[in-house]
Design a protein around this ligand. Structure first.
Ligand SMILES: [Mg+2]
Length: 254
């Protein structure tokens, strides 16, 4: 018998999708609707469950997974961790070695000493990547080449990228795409049965791995062109709208 649901899983970014990018309060009403959606998905199997795929450190992803009642492993720290909320098992990507961790420790220490006096800070909680925070986006833009140059000169296997408030250094062989690869290997999902949600170009790695991809209205222009559907609503309200399209019955439009 054909599955009653169009997809088996929705892989969703957190910042800019479930929670605001800035310091605004969470949209508790929308998140509660998503938690109810997930409970129904687990109980009835009539719609794809939602799981998380985020650059955030594992503890933040764990907290979100518990609030949303997620029953499928989540991807944290841009693919570094696969965290299973049903067993509390944390698994670091087996491709991360001692030399990788040493390079991350080195760049962390270098940035801390060099930039701490300028009001920058290392984001707490990460294991095999590092994010440098500064409240002034333009200050970060002015440091990007210097950090890239240092990584190159030292031979660190790190990819240096920017989001609005952070410069992110991630291992070159680890990404949201490899994290999804770990999830697929662990749970046996098929690409044609996966959906995804994201808001910035880092989420193109989710797009690559899923059959149906959607964005909330606040998504970057570049990513919107890769989406099958762009919600007219922003952030978590947009995700609720996207999930409604994946539901059965009159509300489901997919
Ligand atoms: Mg995001």
């Amino acid at each position: 018998m054909a599955s009653p649901r169009p997809y088996d899983l929705v892989i969703c970014d957190i910042d800019g999708c479930l929670t605001p990018e800035g310091t605004e309060a969470f949209d508790r009403e929308a998140l509660e609707r998503i938690a109810r959606y997930n409970r129904q998905a687990r109980a009835a199997g009539d719609r794809p469950e939602l799981t998380l795929c985020s650059g955030r450190p594992q503890p933040f992803v764990e907290a979100m997974s518990r609030f949303l009642g997620i029953g499928v492993p989540c991807i944290a720290e841009n693919g570094v961790w696969l965290y299973d909320p049903t067993t509390n098992a944390y698994r670091i990507d087996p491709g991360i070695g001692a030399r990788d961790l040493e390079a991350v420790a080195n760049i962390t220490s270098w940035m801390r000493h060099r930039y701490a006096g300028a009001g920058a800070a290392i984001q707490p909680g990460k294991t095999a990547s590092v994010s440098l925070y500064h409240a002034d986006h333009h200050w970060l833009v002015a440091r990007l080449d210097e950090i890239r140059g240092h990584c190159h000169a030292e031979g660190f296997p790190l990819r240096v990228s920017m989001s609005w408030y952070y410069i992110n250094c991630d291992l070159v062989h680890i990404s949201k795409a490899t994290g999804i690869g770990q999830l697929i290997a662990a749970k046996g999902f098929a690409r044609e049965r996966l959906a995804g949600i994201g808001d910035t170009m880092g989420d193109a790695a989710i797009r690559e791995r899923v059959a149906f991809f959607a964005c909330p209205a606040n998504a970057d222009d570049g990513l919107r062109t890769l989406a099958d559907y762009v919600s007219p609503f922003e952030v978590a309200t947009g995700v609720v709208d996207i999930l409604e399209r994946l539901m059965p019955g009159p509300a489901g439009r997919s």
